[in-house]
Write a protein that binds this ligand. Sequence first.
Ligand SMILES: [Zn+2]
Length: 141
Amino acid sequence: MTTLPQDDRSPLPHVDDASAPHWDGLARGVLTLRRCTVCRALNHPAAEECRVCENIPLEWVDIGREVRLYSWTVEVRPVVQGMRPPYVVGQVTPAECEDGDVRLVGTLLADPERLELGMPLLLQPVMAPGSERHLAVYVPA
Ligand SMILES: [Zn+2]
């Protein structure tokens, strides 16, 4: 079982009607994002119109688990309640995102000394401590 560097005092993401399909996707083990029905661009965070062509509406699609590492940081100080440093937070880009302009944030369960820009990672959602909600966690592919 994968454990997170946090406990049930750590903050949980806010889920609303506009973002619920994304969180439901994490519970099923996949990234679920909005895709434009006209230009096919992925959009995140969920918006009412496409970030590229401004088309309305967008459709929700499962895009799998594969992402690429865009950036990361190692938190060494206790800046968030319930998070036990050190831990790694990263920005990732879905492998399916052709323009690379969609980025998601999550915890990386990896040795920071082995991380490289652009390296392939896999989504491995983990249930948040003290919650029924799944959080985005990424591991080396
Ligand atoms: Zn579009």
